[in-house]
Design a protein around this ligand. Structure first.
Ligand code: ADP
Length: 264
């Protein structure tokens, strides 16, 4: 009788120059994942940690815009890339290497190779955490990180409406199947506070929190729809860096504290 082959063991390579790696993921695009990833990174910096941000969205990099940085990283030997630095954070994005308007028409193997370059050939130095802004979905990048990179955990960002939550469930299952620890779920665009002081739940009520319960995952917090979060992103200076005392920055800080507990 033929025997089932043993499951393939993947060699997970650590990212050098950092103590921890956290993926910020969303199963669906447009839920504010990059905004949350970058503001969370600066909230962790506000806790005294040394941060790196790796923008792993090869097809649609957001980091250059979110921190208003568009320089070409340098390399001394033509191989190892020196990450750029902005607001005391080390940064790497495919967006630094290609022209903003050039579409990335790449097949899977090229994406995998780009991820390998950004995780193995970047000279990250002396970091406590690298926050990885993942592309949306459950594709090649997710699989490459899950199988080939040593990561400490993933945070999933969603908005609370049913359509987004369906994808979140897929995202949870993907990380569970590939053995990446899910640190928790974040509910972005949870509510809008009107001039009358009332909270309006535009995308529905507590959907992300309920999904976290259903899958026995931690719920990390609600973030409101706030114009200052949007406008600071558009200006290229994240709110948690430019105004750490802002009410929304304080919510990010609470989430950062919960994530920091996993790191210690
Ligand atoms: P994703 O990475 O999921 O595609 P982005 O982070 O690019 O999403 O966000 C999409 C848009 O929504 C951006 O214009 C961003 O500024 C805005 N945005 C994200 N989260 C919020 C929020 N909580 N409040 C206000 N605007 C937000």
């Amino acid at each position: 009788m033929s025997q089932k082959p043993p499951p393939k063991q993947f060699v997970k390579t650590p990212i050098n120059g950092t103590k921890s790696v956290i993926l910020v993921s969303s199963a669906k695009g447009g839920v504010g994942k990059s905004t949350v990833a970058v503001n969370l990174a600066f909230a962790l910096q506000n806790l005294g940690l040394k941060i790196g941000i790796l923008d792993a969205d090869v097809y649609g990099p957001s980091l250059p815009k979110l921190i208003n940085l568009n320089e070409k990283p340098k390399s001394q030997d033509g191989k190892a890339i020196i990450p750029l630095e902005k607001y005391h954070v080390q940064c790497m994005s495919m967006g630094f290497l290609v022209d903003e308007e050039t579409p990335m028409i790449w097949r899977g193997p090229m994406v995998i190779s780009a991820i390998k370059t950004m995780t193995q050939n970047v000279l990250w130095k002396d970091r406590d955490v690298i926050i990885v802004d993942m592309p949306p979905g459950t594709g090649d990048t997710q699989l490459t990180f899950a199988q080939q990179v040593k990561v400490d955990g993933a945070v999933i960002v969603s908005t609370p409406q049913d359509l987004a939550l369906l994808d979140v469930k897929r995202g949870i299952q993907m990380f569970d199947k590939t053995g990446v620890k899910i640190l928790g779920l974040i509910d972005n665009m949870s509510y809008f506070k009107g001039d009358d002081g009332k909270n309006y739940k535009i995308f529905g009520d507590s959907g992300v929190e309920k999904t976290a319960k259903e899958f026995d995952k931690k719920f990390l917090g609600h973030l409101p729809i706030h114009q200052d979060l949007r406008s600071s992103s558009d200006k290229g200076c994240p709110l948690t860096y430019s105004d750490p005392e802002h009410e929304v920055s304080k919510l990010f800080l609470d989430i950062a504290k919960k994530i920091n507990q996993f790191l210690n």
